[in-house]
Design a binder for this molecule. Structure first.
Ligand SMILES: Nc1ncnc2c1ncn2[C@@H]1O[C@H](COP(=O)(O)OP(=O)(O)O)[C@@H](O)[C@H]1O
Ligand SMILES: [Mg+2]
Length: 249
């Protein structure tokens, strides 16, 4: 079967010469939810920016459902890889929620009732259907993040990539977003420093450290490995026991 995402030997240096990735290999099967963990400066954002071709030009390959990320198929790649950025205000720029969510599918050629349908479905999936006519900047931060997820879902992506989805959310919003993410039948790659969130949502985690994948395994096993965690500057919240959390599919 074709993987949702396949990264092979990805290496990349920024124009100033700073090398951020040193040969990353990562295969994510369709429907998997994977957490991307690692200390600041590990290369997580650099890796994410390669998944839809915002960054290119290094060594190695990235393919999304069999399609190579490269100049030829950029529009299709941008549709297949839905990136939810850390700050929803980088993603919402239209006068209403509806227009923001319609933007991607309209750019892909959808019109009329088909487009309306797509927008409604995406907003329903994040519990924001009642807010379609509101300006995004009138919503709470948690609501804006959910709308940002909807803008990406509306293009029916192959893989949903989230950068720090739980940051700046209050506990109730954090919980609501977890429920939403768990309800989606889409491949998910989630960059996070929120290790309990990773454990709750992602059966599998990879640790990126100094530009290479340092560990890849069951999230509970990785978080329970104190030596591994310390080596990569990953810290569980005080008193949190990863073995006490049952894994839910
Ligand atoms: N635009 C850039 N130019 C040069 N170096 C960069 C740039 N962006 C990031 N870096 C460097 O690349 C490394 C990886 O950064 P990044 O991918 O942002 O890590 P993370 O997201 O894991 O914190 C860091 O050492 C960072 O300083
Ligand atoms: Mg980052």
């Amino acid at each position: 079967m074709t993987a949702s995402l396949e990264v092979c030997g990805l290496a990349f240096a920024y124009p100033d010469g700073h090398q951020a990735l040193f040969g990353v290999d990562l295969r994510i099967e369709r429907g998997e939810r994977v957490a991307l963990l690692g200390p600041n400066g590990a290369g997580k954002t650099t890796l994410v920016l390669h998944l839809n071709g915002i960054l290119t030009g290094g060594a190695g390959t990235v393919t999304v459902a069999g399609l190579p990320v490269g100049r030829q198929h950029m529009a299709e790649i941008r549709r297949r890889v839905g990136i939810v950025f850390q700050d929803p205000d980088d993603q919402l720029f239209m006068p209403t929620v509806r227009e923001d969510v319609a933007f991607g599918p309209a750019a892909a050629g959808l019109r009329g009732p088909e487009l309306e349908d797509r927008v409604r479905t995406a907003l329903e999936r994040v519990g924001m259907a009642d807010f379609a006519d509101r300006p995004p900047h009138h919503l709470s931060f948690g609501q804006r993040r959910r709308v940002a997820v909807a803008t990406v879902l509306a293009t029916e992506p192959e893989i949903l990539v989230l950068d720090e989805p739980s940051s700046n959310l209050d506990p109730a919003s954090r919980r609501e977003l977890a429920d939403i993410l768990r309800s989606l039948d889409v491949t998910v790659l989630m960059v996070t420093h929120d290790l309990p969130y990773a454990l709750e949502l992602c059966p599998r985690s990879v640790i990126l450290s100094e530009g290479v994948i340092a560990a890849d395994g069951a999230t509970g096993d990785l978080l329970s490995d104190e030596t591994l965690m310390r080596a990569h500057r990953l810290e569980l919240p005080f008193g949190f026991d990863p073995r006490s959390v049952p894994t839910r599919p």
